[in-house]
Design a binder for this molecule. Sequence first.
Ligand SMILES: [Zn+2]
Length: 474
Amino acid sequence: MSVKVMIPTPLRPYVGNRDAVTADGATVDEVLSNVTAANQQLKRHLFDDSGQLRNFVNVYLNDEDIRYLQRGTTPVHEGDTIFLIPSIAGGSSGAGSDFTYDDIQRYSRHLLLPEVGLSGQLKLKRAKVLVIGAGGLGSPLLLYLAAAGVGTIGIVDFDVVDFSNLQRQVIHSEKDVGRKKIDSAEERIKGINPTVKIIKFEERITSENALDIIKNFDIVIDGTDNFPTRYLVNDACVLLGKTNVYGSIYRFEGQVSVFDARKGPCYRCLYENPPPPGLVPSCAEGGVVGVLPGIIGTIQAMETIKLILGEGEPLIGRLVLFDAMKMKFKELTLRKNPRCPVCGENPTVHELIDYEEFCGLGRGNELSDDLSISAEELDRKLKAKEPVVVLDVREPQEWEINRIDGSLFIPVNDLPSRVSELSTADEIVVYCKGGQRSSYAVRFMRDIGFKKVRNLTGGIVEWALKVDPSMARY
Ligand SMILES: [Zn+2]
């Protein structure tokens, strides 16, 4: 029977600095005596003069302590692994001393992997990973990183759990609805692995706090769903020299990459500028299939663990595109852009900027008051039977859930080809879910000559809140 014997760091000098040796034998005792026969110095450390295993050394067969099996006479089988776990007083750098017996059992499937082993598990324990967002991507990320034994996990989130989150944000339970996501996530992580140290940042990540939050972590994982935060996280990671594990999701498609400007491109090399506001709907507007963040977030977790271990080929310089409907992965090569404003040869961004403004969402880009109308004001006009055309620019699926009675329906992307169905003489109020897409529509219509078009502030969400509380919400 050929069995692998894992050697803890303090004992490695006695076996030629190897972390594992192979030996034959039918029982644990036979295997160990064959190992020590070939390594006499190890023998003195493992056995006393009478040939008894020294009592400060514990022996595990796979993930079981042999004291609870048949001790030295426990039979071994081909492919088994024996772990030698010495107790060490004082601050040894030996990996074995950093783990309790429970840890050894918990991580036994990792310890059996040559690419992980005790030393890799120790790297995971010492790693500090920051997860931005405890939502769709953050859920699988946090669950798997905690289970894998990542020692310190930072979480940035300021949101509370909503019923509409439960379809995909599997770290939260129905009982958590209304509770802070960061607290709900912490409780679940502690349930999986109480040894994980959790650092909570219950705030929105901004240009003011991003560098302070990120600087103490090794790896940053972007689990957010908006452009300002994505550019902010990218720039902060480039400026601080951190690795940024990127993932994004929309409907049935996802993207994953690893950005490390020291070794490859950054997010700005890929997308130098954000799309205009309102053009690309968010998941809250466009929807997302619940399993998708599970798949993309799990890939992010896998990349993170590889980066910590220093094993395998990270997704640096590669963008993986996933299409759930076709069940296809496609890989694109990403190149560093020498003209990248943040990581290029002559960078123009040396500090964090106003990312709301950069993404066209700043105050200066909001529609002025005379181009907006409140839900209450529109309600008053409709009740007074004033001649107002109400235009819904959402998607058909949203129209099926709820709508303002009597409104016209033209999805925002169809507006350029169907705008002739509207008259510039009419007073028009445009709405979408939250006011983004409709702002885009109002600007577009103003530009082509509609002088009496206005945006419903806060969209149908605000309408349901202020005017029609019985309306279905999404
Ligand atoms: Zn770049």
